[in-house]
Design a protein around this ligand. Sequence first.
Ligand SMILES: *[C@@H]1O[C@H](CO)[C@@H](O)[C@H](O)[C@H]1NC(C)=O
Ligand SMILES: *[C@@H]1O[C@H](CO)[C@@H](O)[C@H](O)[C@H]1NC(C)=O
Length: 139
Amino acid sequence: MLKTKMESIIACWFLLIFCETHCYKPVVLLHGIMTYNTSMELIKNRIEEKHPGTIVYNTNRYSGWSSLENMWEQVQNMGYDLMNITQKHPEGVNFLGYSQGALIARAILQAFPEHNVHNFISLSGPQAGQYGKWVSILL
Ligand SMILES: *[C@@H]1O[C@H](CO)[C@@H](O)[C@H](O)[C@H]1NC(C)=O
Ligand SMILES: *[C@@H]1O[C@H](CO)[C@@H](O)[C@H](O)[C@H]1NC(C)=O
């Protein structure tokens, strides 16, 4: 039980400082090719389960067939989305791109150098290219 007003002010202040350094940063997820944001639901749920209170943005932009649209257009538009999100979170965010989403995410980070992304996770992102001809047969 806090006795004085001063004590509660100090407690709030410490809580604020603690939160500033220990609270989990929001996470932005970017799905892969031909899929929807539902494909990222498992990761989203796991983050929320393990780090309760974390804000998770799970975009559904350029999902399904539209994931085949011009890459620069995707980078630009999802880059604007990311900038809008990061403006709301000056403390910074974490960015996780899956598969093609990892390539787009990396391109966004390079095209929008004013971002405040703290950690970028390239999950199964073919950042070093891909070898083999089965992909061209599939497509
Ligand atoms: C997918 O995106 C839509 C539209 O933004 C959102 O309403 C929905 O909750 C998202 N789904 C998941 C699984 O995050
Ligand atoms: C935020 O999103 C809107 C609509 O997509 C866009 O016009 C605007 O440029 C974005 N803001 C920033 C800072 O990128």
